[in-house]
Design a protein around this ligand. Structure first.
Ligand SMILES: [Zn+2]
Ligand SMILES: [Zn+2]
Length: 288
């Protein structure tokens, strides 16, 4: 039995990850599907156009993208610890866990903000990030719709600042607790800000991201260069990209042509000239 388990370890590891992804999907569906039904910004259901691609990305990124993140994260951590003085990388070591968590959320969000903003401003990065913005209907499952290179890049930007400030380290005691917790809380909140739920958070929308805050980031054209933060909108206020009227966007999507299939979205950003881009713009109107 022991030999059987040892020889099939990778299969068991993969099966346990599939099971974990299915459980998380069941939890977020049980939470958000009824909320989207009762408090929808616009009519629609779970099976709006693009739902199967969203589901495919959910499993693809859940099972494989985390593996892609680990090697460059370790390399960056090693480079930082090799070049920065120990007084800098160790400055947060004495803080209690709660203070490190709060500081890590703010510092990690600043890194994520700039990674996300560069993904819009630099054509090479936008090629990958356009996959996330190609969703014509924004709902909770759009959260995990994204090219692995896009997701890895923005997360590395957050992790780089966390490693540089000593708020997280992949080595030493409890090496990955803080970044794991920050990433976990952030990824759960990301389901909420994508949800097709018309809740507004009043004055708290300046402090914590709401669905409206992020839906404006998915608008077809006018304000997609705003609201780059994933959890803390005051970071956008700080850098001049905050936009949050009382209304909701009329259109979602992007005018950048993006293939409709998952395999097309995975491969086309890697070799757009070789694979050819479709010519029709992608987008929909809430009023349609
Ligand atoms: Zn974006
Ligand atoms: Zn989004």
């Amino acid at each position: 039995m022991t030999e059987f388990l040892a020889s099939h370890q990778h299969v068991l590891w993969f099966a346990s990850n599939v099971l974990r992804a299915c459980l998380l999907l069941a939890v977020v569906t049980v939470v958000f599907a009824p909320l989207e039904h009762m408090f929808a910004v616009r009519p629609g259901g779970l099976f709006e156009r693009g739902w199967s691609v969203n589901l495919g990305w959910y499993f693809f990124n859940g099972l494989f993208t985390t593996l892609l993140l680990t090697p460059p994260a370790l390399l960056i951590a090693w480079l930082i610890h090799s070049t920065l003085p120990g007084a800098v990388t160790g400055m947060a070591a004495g803080l209690p866990l709660w203070a490190r968590m709060v500081a890590a959320m703010v510092v990690g969000e600043i890194g994520f903000y700039w990674g996300h903003r560069w993904s819009h401003e630099l054509p090479l990065l936008w090629r990958f990030h356009a996959v996330h913005h190609s969703a014509e209907h924004v709902n909770f499952l759009v959260n995990t719709r994204g090219h692995p290179i896009d997701l890895v890049f923005t997360r590395l930007c957050g992790l780089t600042l966390l490693y540089a400030t000593g708020l997280a380290s992949p080595v030493g005691p409890n090496p990955s607790l803080v970044p794991m917790l920050v990433l976990f809380i952030g990824s759960l909140w990301s389901f909420f800000i994508h949800a097709n739920v018309r809740w507004r958070l009043g004055p708290f929308e300046e402090i914590i991201a709401s669905p409206a805050f992020h839906h404006w980031h998915h608008t077809l054209e006018d304000h997609k260069d705003h609201n780059y933060s994933s959890m803390l909108p005051f970071i956008d206020r700080l850098f001049g990209t905050f936009y949050l009227p009382r209304t909701w966007p009329k259109d979602y999507g992007t005018s950048t042509p993006v293939p409709e299939t998952l395999i097309g979205q995975l491969l086309e950003p890697l070799a757009p000239a070789a694979l050819g881009r479709p010519t029709a713009p992608v987008g929909r109107s809430n009023q349609a």
